[in-house]
Design a protein around this ligand. Structure first.
Ligand SMILES: [Cu+2]
Length: 168
């Protein structure tokens, strides 16, 4: 396994990109990728991004080694009860001491135009680019057995459906 090598590379990349004054420290937990089938042309990845530093940060870009294009996406209700995926160009804020979950039915990393088939147990390299922390390289396992509601909901289910305030 090359996990250790990549972890060191990631640490080096972060250290290099980190301005002396910035205190954004990014940790990524519980990351996994999935596709709907072996022949799928698109796939997605989910994770919990944690900022254990003292300064707010912002996820501004993403790339991977498995797709022609990798983008930050979210799901939005189109007004007729249909969930549509949208490219989020401005990315996602990760506040100091807080976290941002990428989860099924909500925000996610999108692989568009897969360049190889993904099978359960494969490993995908994803590079998250943060405004302050710089590039963070991840080795993410493909998990096709994961159920949608596993994990990532510990702060309450506020993703996906029912975003409209329905008081009164
Ligand atoms: Cu998407």
């Amino acid at each position: 396994m090359s996990f250790k090598t990549l972890s060191l590379a990631a640490a080096a990349a972060v250290a290099f990109a980190l301005p002396a004054f910035a205190e954004s420290i990014i940790a990524v937990n519980d990351a996994y990728a999935r596709v709907s089938s072996k022949m799928a042309k698109a796939g997605a990845a989910f994770m919990v991004i944690e900022n254990t530093g003292a300064e707010d940060d912002h996820l501004i870009g993403v790339s991977s080694d498995v797709a022609k294009r990798t983008e930050l996406h979210t799901h939005m209700d189109d007004g007729n009860g249909n969930m549509k995926m949208m490219h989020v160009k401005e990315g996602f804020a990760v506040p100091a001491g807080g976290e941002h979950a990428l989860a099924r039915g909500g925000d996610h990393v999108m692989f568009m135009g897969l360049t190889r088939g993904l099978e359960h147990g494969d490993v995908v390299t994803i590079i998250l680019t943060f405004e302050k922390a710089g590039d963070v390289t991840l080795e993410v396992p493909v998990d096709l057995e994961r159920k949608p509601d596993h994990g990532a909901m510990k702060h309450g289910d506020h993703s996906g459906h029912g975003m409209k305030k329905a008081d009164g």
